[in-house]
Design a binder for this molecule. Sequence first.
Ligand SMILES: Nc1ncnc2c1ncn2[C@@H]1O[C@H](COP(=O)(O)OP(=O)(O)OP(=O)(O)O)[C@@H](O)[C@H]1O
Length: 230
Amino acid sequence: MTSALRADGLRKSVRLPDGSTLPILRGVDLSVDTNECVAVIGRSGSGKSTLLTMLGLLARPDEGSLAISDTDTTALSDAERSRLRNVHLGFIFQNYSLLPHLTAAENVELPLMQGSRVGKRAARAAVATSLAAVGLGDRQDARPRQLSGGEQQRVAIARALVRSPRLILADEPTGALDEETAETVLDILQRTVRDRGTTLLLVTHDSRIAARADRVLTLEHGRIRDGSSE
Ligand SMILES: Nc1ncnc2c1ncn2[C@@H]1O[C@H](COP(=O)(O)OP(=O)(O)OP(=O)(O)O)[C@@H](O)[C@H]1O
């Protein structure tokens, strides 16, 4: 098994306005194998989003090491971290984070315009393939406001997949959806990820959603433990 992600001893604190320090992550150890689907659950405020921000190379931990696809990120410059993020990582957020003035196809194309440039024709083909994979091949020209919540999240899945990243990080991907739509969107996310040999780490407070992952980890008191039981 190759490793998609390995975190050792991640610590992160924030400084509060009164000058005190609030520890959020107190030594997180986490290892995810290639092709695995892992869910991280935890109570509100347990630090799930903070953890994803570290794992997604959007912020640096105060201490600890993090390897993505066997590349140790600890000593990388900001530019090298951005490159690794653009090439290897895809992101899905609870609120979809689509740009409202762009069509579905234009939103999905955005990651292809970062870093290494892809030719127009190749980009169009990748966008069409990605939107078809989430069942929206016929909605390429729709703008976000013309799409339902579930459809918008499917566009976001297509956007996360368009560069064929090795690892997708999803923060409450079904959090804004009703139960039935959440199941459908998760089906699509898990199928497309599996078809492309991509690893998925999703954060959720919903134990039913988490139960569909290969493995469930709980973030509690700033550390990870195996399993979902209280
Ligand atoms: N910049 C900050 N300044 C002060 N407190 C912060 C800051 N960032 C996060 N926190 C606090 O750290 C804790 C963890 O926040 P985080 O958003 O990571 O939790 P979460 O598990 O994702 O929560 P939720 O499930 O409610 O989204 C919370 O108590 C939050 O208020």
